[in-house]
Design a protein around this ligand. Structure first.
Ligand code: HEM
Length: 336
């Protein structure tokens, strides 16, 4: 009898019209509540989503490096570490707190809201929402800069290969890594430049969404700096599901960047190109108009992992998870 392959979470859901991005921190002592919630996530999704099948409700749950060590015994996923700050000449990619990410997607906001509300009810008293963004579809998949966003996402088999962990970390197969950053746009500065100039910033045409030819596309355009090729000559891809968001009262306009990859190093290489520059100093022009105010990295375990999580860590220092601090959260008393 063969061993069943683990099933992934719904990372590869098609772009939807509505999304909620919830980043949550978990208080010391709240670990058992989270551990009890994980196997119920699938059921909660069905309770909310089954009534509206055409709504396509999907929730992806990510776990940050520090919380992972507090929740589970055994070595953590190979690529899991806190988001690394990148201090560049134009902007800094900041690193901000986040233990759990809930990426909720559906055709309509009521479904996202209802599931988010149920999740937070389960975490009530042990967790805080540190960032909440309600994203909306803006005309034909455009960001608030007016450009179509998501065109060059891989699909089909290439998408699965780009995002899911395979044999090199077998214990975490069918898992994924996700990086999120909330960007605020300087719309006045953006509107002050011509459409032709905007196209040179992005590297594609605005109305028709065609990539600029190589001899026209500037080396500091967004597309030039985020197209990366591995040592084998193959392009390294990620899957993005960015969404626009806005608040009229305080003039906030932004793009919520969310990128999934089998190896977080691929997204980190793109960020390095954007913020530090490739070559160094040749930074992404999109940053002249966009400032990240959050930055977090999470591991997205397989659905099987969530359904049957591994044991909690035994009392004693847990693993060094890459920020050179030993986690001693598991020494605390068990909640009764
Ligand atoms: C492409 C917008 C941040 C990675 C694009 C495109 C747009 C866009 C309009 C062209 C169409 C497409 O293929 O999707 C934005 C905005 C951002 C942002 C408004 C935030 C201010 C990021 C970040 C990363 C990233 C932080 C990675 C760390 C990519 C990649 C492509 C792309 C890989 C496709 C390049 C290609 O193969 O042609 N983005 N993006 N983007 N972006 Fe971004």
């Amino acid at each position: 009898m063969g061993v069943r392959d683990p099933a992934p979470q719904p990372v590869l859901t098609r772009l939807t019209a509505a999304a909620i991005f919830l980043v949550v921190t978990v208080d010391e002592g709240g670990e058992d509540v989270v551990r009890e919630l994980l196997p119920d996530l699938g059921g909660l999704n069905r309770s909310v989503g089954f009534r509206v099948p055409e709504g396509g409700l999907a929730c992806v749950t990510g776990i940050g490096a520090e919380l992972f060590g507090r929740l589970f015994a055994g070595p953590p996923p190979a690529g899991l570490h806190p988001f690394r700050v990148l201090e560049g000449p134009v902007r800094t990619a900041v690193s901000t707190p986040g233990d759990l990410l809930f990426h909720l997607r559906a055709a309509t906001m009521d479904l996202c809201f209802e599931l988010a509300d149920q999740l937070m009810a389960r975490l009530s008293g042990v967790a805080k929402v540190v960032d909440e963004v309600h994203g909306f579809k803006y005309f034909d998949e455009r960001d608030l800069l007016g450009f179509v966003d998501g065109t060059e996402n891989p699909d089909g088999r290439a998408a699965g290969e780009a995002v899911f962990v395979r044999g090199d970390d077998p214990e975490y197969a069918a898992g994924s890594y996700v990086i999120v950053q909330k960007y605020l746009h300087d719309m006045a500065a953006w509107h002050a430049v011509s459409v032709e100039e905007q196209e040179r910033v992005v590297g594609r045409t605005k109305l028709s969404d065609i990539e600029l030819p190589d001899d026209v596309k500037p080396a500091n355009s967004h597309v030039a700096l985020t197209t990366i090729v591995g040592e084998d000559g193959e392009e390294r891809q990620i899957v993005r599901d960015n969404m626009p968001f806005a608040r009229l009262a305080d003039g906030e306009r932004g793009t919520y960047f969310i990128g999934y990859a089998a190896d977080p190093g691929v997204i980190e290489q793109m960020l390095e190109n954007m913020f530090i520059g490739s070559p160094p100093g040749n930074t992404d022009r999109i940053l002249e108009f966009s400032t990240p105010v959050t930055g977090c990295l999470f591991f997205v375990p397989s659905q099987d992992f969530l359904d049957e999580p591994p044991p909690a860590p035994a009392a004693g220092p847990a693993h060094d998870i890459g920020d050179h601090s030993l986690r001693i959260g598991s020494l605390k008393q068990k909640r009764i």
